[in-house]
Ligand binder design. Structure first.
Ligand code: SR1
Length: 324
């Protein structure tokens, strides 16, 4: 293994084992997160062991156990069900392993928690929805409780409805069953058919938005509907910019930046440099109008146009090579 010149132990010798244990298997967000994590790990000479999730809490516990047995120095946990993980995470902590949790609240003072400032994210995109549609409209909402980012975004949706009693939530749907977009499309089809007066849908995961768009297009109701989401990928940008697309705005971080930041936080912890206990990566608002105005076709072009989207200043150190 190649060591990293000028880096603190154990990175000076290289081959530091770190595990990345996921919960959700599909979708652009999680693919890009893993790519960013892998790029940052390679730059640090980390031997990253990736355990893909299958939306199976028992499997995820087992994978954390496997990572402990492998002798990893750190474990990054990407989503999951807190109650199924807390004791096995405590075992890792007791074994001296550093734990970084992205979007799953493990409620453990020894664990660094990372999130995408979900409150800001939901406020930004719902602010755009109010700007576009006024303060009174019939809405659809896509939600699955029990996932930290969705619950934080849900708190903002509840508060926006409370402040604007003219917003009426006519239907609610959502599932994390893979493939998510296809499963959501079937639900959205029924909900939109039963509630033809819905004009706005808040779909705060890009897979939710993609499924809802699919249903609206099938029903021919795309023209009178506007979809507001979270997340962005190159495929999402194409869907948002498609002629007549109902998907008009999203608020997002760059998921590969979030993956890279998670690995940097793990590296700092392993080097004894104590990363902050809570790291929040700031999202940006992305509207179809702006994508069209600057003719942005890819996530890389978005990062060049909006530097705040292309990087995070969290968990940096002089010895950690930057990845873009
Ligand atoms: C089921 S949770 C899905 C969300 O996780 C990440 O936070 C992404 O932003 C996605 O929206």
């Amino acid at each position: 293994a190649e060591g990293l010149k000028g880096a603190p132990a154990p990175f000076d010798k290289g081959g530091v084992k770190v595990a990345l244990v996921g919960y959700i298997s599909g979708g652009d967000f999680f693919r890009a997160f893993d790519n960013g994590a892998q790029r940052q790990a390679s730059a640090l000479g980390i031997d990253l062991r990736v355990f893909p999730g299958k939306e199976d809490a028992a499997l995820q516990r087992d994978q954390i156990q496997q990572a402990i047995n492998l002798g990893v120095k750190a474990i990054i946990i990407n989503h999951g069900q807190p109650e199924a993980l807390k004791d096995v995470v405590q075992q890792a902590v007791d074994a001296g392993i550093k734990v970084i949790a992205f979007d799953v609240n493990l409620d453990n003072p020894k664990v660094t928690q990372i999130e995408q400032s979900d409150k800001d994210l939901a406020e930004a995109v719902l602010g755009q929805a109010l700007k576009d549609n006024g303060k009174a409209f019939k809405a659809g909402y896509v939600y699955v409780p029990g996932f930290a980012p969705l619950d934080r975004r849900d708190a903002v949706w509840s508060s926006v409805k409370k402040t604007n009693p003219g917003i009426v939530e006519k239907a609610r749907w959502g599932t994390v069953s893979a493939p998510v977009a296809t499963s959501v499309a079937a639900q959205a089809n029924a909900a939109l058919r039963a509630n033809p007066d819905i004009t706005v849908v808040f779909a705060p995961w890009d897979e939710f938005a993609r499924g809802t768009k699919l249903a609206a297009t099938d029903l021919g109701s795309g023209k009178k509907l506007k979809i507001y989401s979270a997340d962005v990928s190159t495929a999402d940008i194409a869907e948002i910019r498609e002629a007549g697309s109902p998907w008009v705005a999203t608020a997002a971080t760059n998921p590969s930046v979030v993956g890279a930041t998670s690995v940097r936080a793990a590296a700092l912890a392993v080097a004894g440099a104590n990363p902050p206990q809570h790291i929040a990566i700031k999202p940006v608002l992305i509207t179809r109008a702006e994508l069209d105005q600057y003719d942005i076709k890819t996530v890389d072009e978005l990062a060049s146009k909006l530097p705040a989207f292309g990087r995070s200043d969290a968990a940096l150190a002089a010895w950690i090579p930057a990845v873009h």
